[in-house]
Ligand binder design. Structure first.
Ligand code: PFF
Length: 461
């Protein structure tokens, strides 16, 4: 078994699938970047940390850290045409253990999926509750009690989570082309349609201007060193980098695909989704006199109360939670694809077997997070519930460490030449200047900046 795991090449005879069209590539990659982060993190952080000023910092962080690592990951994946572990083995100089980045990526994927799937489980549960009208109350205390009732019920928490995992697994069973690509091609237009619809309603409300001012009014005084580091960490999580997701998707990119252009499009579209989400949420929150909040309390407590004040509130609430479910689906597909493709290619398991095995592990690990708000609430290794611990280890340790090593690999071990060749599609595109700038960023700037974010996340800075 260890011999198989360490074998440098994917097993012979495995035919690799891939994305078949430019739109498919864009939809799948954007589908991975867009997720719950756009709905409950970016809009609030922007509003709370200086509006347009924060956006500027976030943009800069994305350009210096997010985009270079994303481009490097995709280029490495496409060049090697293999899962992250094999890709790093193929591209690295002989005997150097860069493939460990791939192994850390699998661990990160399992940990993130374990807690992310629980939050997505609440989103799916809320779609059904919104359809039944059981969430409609203009009293925040009532909506708070409804949320508490859901998360404190172990059986409901577990069943919704397992349902979500099975749903994502069943799409992966259809494969890369007929599963991931075909589904995200349908989901992304639905996502934008729902967002525009919700924005139109929200912006027509009385105090829309107040909500927009919260989101965009520049206040450079709020930009402290800690805010800058937050913006950098955000850029990282948002673009799904540091754990092999983008390397895996890169391995499905066509040879003619212009990687830097695609990555830039994904980055811009992802930012648009965050801003549209903010424009859908905050005008409504301010019009009905609620305080802007972040995270689960915004999505599951404040917003249901806001919707119940609005004309057609129930329909709009259904639309909102479907939107969140759509956003989360693309992100989860990309996360689960990492272990699936590694098991498939490294151990020669069929895709269904690899998917089922990943699903079983996730149901087990994920239960620890589903039960963190009820029967396991007092089980706190290192002072954190399993939910918080998995979040902490993946976001503050594994993703930044993965990002640093990916940047160092692409800048140094691949000696810049590999990256330049891969980005020019082996001489077809003339983008040497861009490639040279990327190599400088990946060698010096990105690793240092990510290190700062990591030290802050660990409370050492
Ligand atoms: N980018 C996703 C979001 O913003 O919600 C989260 C995510 C997906 C992180 C995939 C990491 C990943 F590999």
């Amino acid at each position: 078994m260890t011999e198989k795991i360490l074998a440098a090449q994917p097993l012979p005879g495995l035919k690799r699938a891939g994305f078949t069209s430019g739109f498919g590539v864009l939809a799948a990659t954007l589908g991975s970047a867009v997720g719950l982060g756009n709905i409950w993190k970016v809009p609030y952080l922007t509003g709370a940390n200086g509006g347009a000023g924060f956006l500027l910092v976030y943009l800069l962080a994305t350009l210096l850290v997010g985009l270079p690592v994303m481009i490097a990951e995709i280029a490495m994946g496409r060049q090697a045409r293999a899962n992250p572990v094999s890709a790093l083995q193929k591209l690295a100089p002989r005997g150097q253990p860069w493939w460990l980045i791939g192994v850390a990526g699998i661990v990160a994927a399992f940990l993130i999926l374990s807690f992310y799937s629980e939050v997505v489980a609440w989103v799916f549960a809320y779609v059904f509750k919104a359809l039944r009208g059981s969430l409609l109350s203009s009293d925040r205390q009532v909506t708070e009690a409804a949320f508490a009732a859901l998360i404190s019920d172990p059986l409901q928490s577990l069943l919704w989570q397992w349902g979500v995992l099975a749903f994502i697994g069943s799409i992966l069973l259809l494969g890369v082309t007929k599963g991931i690509e075909a589904i995200t091609k349908k989901l992304m237009p639905i996502l934008f349609l729902l967002l525009l619809l919700l924005c139109a309603f929200s912006l027509s409300l009385d105090k829309a201007a107040e909500g927009l001012a919260f989101l965009f009014k520049p206040d450079f005084g709020k930009i402290t060193a800690s805010v800058v580091l937050t913006a950098m960490g955000l850029a990282f999580f948002k673009l799904s980098i540091g754990m092999g997701t983008m390397m895996t998707y890169g391995s499905y990119f066509g040879d003619g695909q212009n990687i830097p252009v695609t990555a830039a499009r994904v980055m811009v579209a992802d930012l648009c989704v965050s801003m549209l989400a903010g424009m859908a949420i905050f005008p409504a929150v301010f019009t009905f006199g609620f305080a802007p909040t972040a995270g689960p309390s915004l999505v599951f407590i404040t917003l249901p109360a806001v919707f119940s004040h609005m004309p057609m509130g129930q329909a709009l609430m259904v639309a909102f939670f479907v939107l969140a479910a759509v956003a989360a689906t693309g992100a989860m597909l990309s996360l689960m694809e990492v272990p699936v493709v590694v098991l498939h290619e490294r151990l020669g398991w069929s895709r269904p077997k690899a998917t089922l095995a990943s699903l079983l592990v996730l149901m087990l690990l994920g239960s620890g997070c589903a039960l963190s708000n009820n029967v396991l609430a007092d089980f706190k290794p290192w002072g954190m519930t399993l939910f918080d611990l998995f979040d902490f280890v993946s976001s503050n340790l594994l993703l930044p460490a993965g990002g640093i090593f990916i940047a160092l690999f692409a800048g140094w071990a691949w000696r810049g030449e590999g990256l330049k060749r891969a980005l020019s599609n082996h001489g077809q595109l003339r983008n040497e200047t861009l490639a040279r700038a990327l190599v400088v960023l990946l060698r010096y700037v990105s690793p240092l900046l990510i290190l700062l974010v990591m030290l802050k996340g660990l409370g050492l800075f």
